[in-house]
Design a protein around this ligand. Structure first.
Ligand SMILES: *Cc1c(COP(=O)(O)O)cnc(C)c1O
Ligand SMILES: [Zn+2]
Length: 415
């Protein structure tokens, strides 16, 4: 597997060989995986990847630092990623945009973006003969790990806050993971997971800790690139594609940035898209650092109904700040009320998003209010998770249905 040549610390730039480290740098910084771009370029042309007969994220296996599965594996793990990009033409008009697109990550096997990370981490776990994989999760990362692990008969242990939405807990249990609900926050679960992994020799998937999660998440950028290449979008527009992403720990936005950086380094991407991160007002540690003009992540006491992005101390804050700063993007914050209206508005276009999934779209409205949108530039929002994950929140976004008598009089009264 010569494409994977080691790690480089995102903070101090220290380098490690593949076998020298498992999680983070000795300075505490998150590690970027280093690929041998020259070797990849020698072996592949863009068309070799674009034409691979593979619908899922494994189409990009030559750019992912694992060697499993080879291709065409018809399991949930084999089918992670490869999500559709759909046109929101009617909603585009409302924003005065020529083009508005949505990448629908709710179509992943366990219904969230997290499947990309978990698929690659489970592939890595198999390679290093890890017996048990463990993760802390607000719900989706755990569901993704449990699902991907189940697909290949791997053992998974999940620590989630006891407040996790019931649908997500149900997924964990149905996939057969060992589930421990922590009487505390996601951050408490995170720290406990790291300790437990050390104590019991488990392989830890934690977001913003395990370097392989980013390598899974970056595949969304490859798929966006594929779509750009096929649609020839963004080449004519005066501004580059703008991508809106919701942000909690900051690993998804950093992963999307890494994917585009890989493609730039290979000389396969014409223009870096602009990446805009969207956080909930009540959980905005990364947006705060961005606005302060630095990379110092100061923890908050997170409160938002968007549980998937409710984080006191984001674990991938520095790279997440850079994703916006280095691409000419920005950070926006939105209220829970704005997230709820975004759920309803996406619903009106046939897309059912969980609160954290609708947050990116809520950010689009905020961007328009602040005059940040170029009407001619294509815009893509990422819906990171399915509305079925959190039905209680969804019901807050809409009016309850009336209960009526089974007669036409009652129907007439309610029409
Ligand atoms: C995890 C998650 C996010 C945020 O991803 P981070 O890497 O924590 O920033 C957004 N939406 C959904 C649905 C998620 O599950
Ligand atoms: Zn370091």
């Amino acid at each position: 597997m010569s494409k994977f040549v080691g790690y480089r610390c995102s903070l101090c730039k220290k380098e490690y060989l593949p076998g020298q480290v498992t999680y983070t740098c000795s300075c505490g910084g998150n590690l970027d995986i280093v690929l041998d771009y020259e070797a990849i370029k020698k072996k592949y042309q863009p068309d070799d990847l674009l034409c691979r007969d593979e619908a899922a994220l494994w189409r990009y296996l030559p750019l992912i630092p694992v060697s499993f599965p080879k291709s065409g594996e018809r399991t949930p793990l084999g089918l992670a990623g490869g999500t559709p990009i759909i046109s929101l033409a009617r909603l585009a008009k409302k924003f005065g945009l020529e083009q508005l697109w949505l990448k629908d990550e709710s179509r992943n096997p366990t219904a969230s973006f997290k499947d990309r990370a978990s698929a690659v981490v489970v592939a890595r776990a198999i390679e290093i003969n890890a017996e048990v994989v463990v993760t802390a999760s607000t719900g989706n990362a755990g569901a993704a790990l449990a699902g991907m692990a189940a697909a290949v008969g791997q053992k998974a242990v999940i620590f989630a806050p006891k407040t996790a939405p019931p649908a997500k807990v149900a997924q964990l249990l149905v996939f057969g993971a060992k589930v421990l609900l922590v009487d505390g926050s996601y951050d408490d679960a995170f720290d406990l997971t790291v300790k437990a992994a050390e104590e019991f020799g488990w392989y830890c998937r934690n977001t913003g800790y395990n370097p392989f999660t980013l390598e899974g998440k970056k595949t969304a950028a490859f798929e966006i690139w594929q779509w750009l290449s096929l649609a020839k979008l963004g080449t004519k527009a005066s501004s580059p594609l703008t991508v809106f992403v919701s942000v909690g720990d900051g690993n998804i936005i950093s992963g999307i940035h890494k994917g585009f950086k890989d493609l730039l380094a290979l000389g396969w991407l014409e223009r870096m898209p602009r990446i805009i991160g969207v956080q909930a007002e009540g959980s905005a540690a990364i947006a705060n650092a961005f606005k302060a003009g630095n990379e110092t992540i100061i923890p908050v006491s997170a409160t938002t109904l968007a549980d998937s992005i409710s984080v006191d101390l984001p674990r991938d804050g520095v790279r997440a700040v850079r994703a916006a700063r280095e691409t000419g993007g920005t950070y926006l914050t939105v209220s829970d009320a704005e997230i709820l209206s975004a759920i309803a508005e996406l619903g009106s276009a046939g897309v059912f998003a969980e609160p954290a999934g609708a947050t990116a779209y809520a950010g689009l409205a905020a961007a328009q209010a602040q005059g940040l949108l170029d009407p001619g530039a294509p815009v893509l929002v990422v819906n990171t998770g399915s509305g079925l994950k959190d039905v209680r929140a969804a019901m807050q976004a809409v009016q309850a249905a009336p209960i009526i008598q089974p007669d036409l009089e009652s129907v007439k009264k309610h029409l």
